[in-house]
Ligand binder design. Structure first.
Ligand code: ADP
Ligand code: MG
Length: 255
């Protein structure tokens, strides 16, 4: 099967008047449709830069990035981006926040409204559609941000440390929520995280990056004996610790 996303020898440097920051070096990997990929690596190594390149916000200096076999600019529409901060607008209700992307892209119609309503119902926010973001818990806000991203029906979701602003307990339950929502909606996702347990508990494969300029150090396939566990359940399985230790070693090895 043709991969949804292909990176071929991608490199990137920031140029400023104070000099160059070489961020990514010769990055190659592929993502299949429906896969959940986690990207881990030391802080400042170039993880967010990688997502900006994939989303089309930045252009690679070397190599190329193909989405469904194409390098063209149709990119953006097929990609949803979710960040650490939920960026919900306080002056809009939850509903008006969730349909914001649809409004901007002139895609708010009966069909998209039905899809949004269904997601709000399925994911426990329908009751809160007239509430303001400040009335919701951190976890609910993140769910609302995810629904806003999914409302545009993207092919590929990019998640940049989306849970790191949440406290530990909320983070565990939001992880489970986001994971089950993405599986159910059959989305392909790339999650950037510095939290190794988050990566092991959610991903099908983990891409380990080196310190800056980031290179692909290792790609680790994650397999648990039993099928269809939640991230929370995975944390209690024997394989979890093995993968965690493997990653830990990989990241603390120099070179
Ligand atoms: P990560 O997300 O892994 O923490 P980033 O991709 O944000 O890392 O950054 C990689 C490197 O590029 C860092 O050294 C950072 O300081 C630098 N960098 C990020 N954005 C810019 C920018 N707009 N201009 C110059 N340097 C940048
Ligand atoms: Mg970052």
């Amino acid at each position: 099967m043709k991969p949804l996303l292909e990176l071929e020898n991608v490199s990137y440097a920031y140029h400023s008047k104070n000099g160059e920051t070489f961020a990514l070096s010769d990055i190659s990997f592929q993502v299949q449709r429906g896969e959940f990929i986690a990207v881990v690596g030391p802080s400042g190594c170039g993880k967010s830069t990688l997502l900006s390149l994939i989303s089309g916000l930045l252009r690679p200096e070397g190599g190329r990035i193909l989405l469904e076999g194409e390098t063209e600019n149709t990119f953006r529409e097929k990609i949803g981006y979710m960040l650490q901060k939920d960026h919900l607008f306080e002056w809009r209700t939850i509903y008006r926040n969730v349909v914001l992307g649809l409004e901007i892209q002139h895609k708010l119609n009966n069909e998209s409204r039905t899809r949004v309503d269904k997601m709000l119902m399925d994911y426990g926010l329908y009751r809160f559609r007239s509430a303001r973001p400040s009335e919701l818990s951190g976890g609910m806000r993140q769910r609302a941000a995810l629904i806003r991203t999914l409302a545009l029906d993207p092919e590929l979701l990019l998640l940049d440390e989306p849970f790191s602003a949440l406290d530990f307990q909320t983070r565990l339950s939001v992880c489970d929520d986001v994971y089950s929502i993405l599986r159910r909606e059959k989305k392909t996702a790339i999650l950037v995280t510095h939290d190794l347990s988050e990566a092991v508990s959610m991903a099908d494969r983990i891409i380990v990056l080196s310190a800056r300029p980031a290179r692909v150090k290792k790609i680790l396939r994650i397999r648990f004996a039993e099928q269809a566990q939640t991230p929370f359940e995975r944390r209690n399985m024997p394989e979890f610790k093995e993968y965690f230790n493997l990653l830990w070693k990989e990241l603390n090895e120099h070179g």
